[in-house]
Design a binder for this molecule. Structure first.
Ligand SMILES: Cc1ncc(C[n+]2csc(CCOP(=O)(O)OP(=O)(O)O)c2C)c(N)n1
Ligand code: SF4
Ligand SMILES: [Mg+2]
Length: 296
């Protein structure tokens, strides 16, 4: 009953505050986990935009970061490992009016779920994909992930007793190569910039991808190695130049933060489906309801 009463207050109260978007469930993340910053930034941006929680669906992967929907007061779907993007694509197509956000970690999105990333990006599904990247499998206690760059930071990595010789992937580089229409990187420890980037990602029509560097204090504490490398993308960077964006993404000396690339004009998958609906409705095909009526 308390939940119902709170939900009613949320609809009546204007303007909404960040805490209005938080559920009654408190995160059980470890102290200092970068995901706290990501959660705060998301709820702040929702509040700044006064987004109606009834129109928001958060679809998450499995992992520490995958617990997101439990902590937010809106619709949520915590599905199976690596399948957040196809699930979210279905949600976004079924009701294009919804604001769909996907939250999933580096393991979820770049290991088991890696096959879905290119297709969501190239189809330009209108959703926002936040990838909290801690360079480790946090939930399963510290195995190396596709983005692990420095094994000396991995506290356990019991699955790699002889070290790792695997080249890490670059999430921003991948998103750019896959044809994402909005690509950005943020850092959980740079809260102001993180909120700004999430805000811009939400404002974008199309597939907006944000890698959020989000250290795992328990199994891969990268704050000290990342912080000195941080640089902010300035206005001189041409945001419409994919090749220039790739160069920034693969700069090994620095961790560039901000928006790398944006193409606001590409039709979304939802636009294409709407077009097909209109073309078929205007042509020989009959609406499904008409067909069903024949058999009732
Ligand atoms: C099909 C399947 N395989 C493996 C697992 C075990 N598992 C759960 S979370 C996870 C990786 C989590 O890493 P990441 O996506 O980076 O999230 P983090 O916990 O670091 O936020 C794995 C391998 C699972 N739940 N389901
Ligand atoms: S194990 Fe790592 S990623 Fe998971 S809650 Fe703890 S600090 Fe965060
Ligand atoms: Mg991870």
């Amino acid at each position: 009953m308390a939940e119902v009463a709170q939900a009613q207050t949320l609809h009546e109260a204007e303007p909404r505050r960040a805490k209005d978007y938080r559920s009654a469930v408190d995160p059980i993340w470890c102290p200092g986990c970068g995901d706290f910053g990501v959660l705060s930034a998301v709820s702040e941006v929702f509040a700044e935009r006064n987004i109606d929680p009834d129109n928001v669906v958060i679809v998450s992967g499995i992992g520490c970061s995958g617990r997101f929907p439990a902590f937010l007061r809106c619709y949520g779907f915590h599905g199976v490992h690596g399948r957040a993007l196809p699930t979210a694509t279905g949600v976004a197509l079924a009701n294009p009016k919804l604001r769909v956000m996907v939250v999933g970690g580096d393991g979820d999105g770049l290991s088991i779920g890696a096959g879905h990333f290119p297709h969501a990006a190239r189809r330009n599904v209108d959703l926002t994909y936040l990838l909290p990247d801690n360079e480790i499998y946090g939930l399963t206690k510290g195995q190396i992930s596709p983005t692990t760059t420095d094994l000396s930071l991995a506290k356990k990595a019991l699955s790699s007793p002889h070290g790792s010789w695997e080249q890490p992937v670059n999430p921003v580089g991948l998103a750019l190569s896959y044809g994402a229409s909005f690509v950005a990187r943020a850092y959980s420890a740079q809260r102001k910039e993180l909120s700004k980037v999430i805000d811009e990602a939400l404002a974008h029509r199309g597939f907006s991808f944000v890698q959020v560097v989000s250290p795992c204090t328990t199994f891969y504490n990268s704050y000290k190695t990342i912080t000195p490398k941080v640089r902010f993308i300035d206005d001189e960077h041409n945001i419409h130049d994919r090749n220039g964006a790739l160069q920034l993404a693969y700069d090994r000396r620095h961790v560039w933060l901000g928006v790398f690339y944006r193409d606001p004009d590409r039709p979304t998958l939802q636009d294409q489906f709407q077009h097909i609906r209109e073309v078929s409705a205007g042509g020989r095909q009959r609406a499904l309801n008409d067909i069903f009526r024949q058999y009732t």
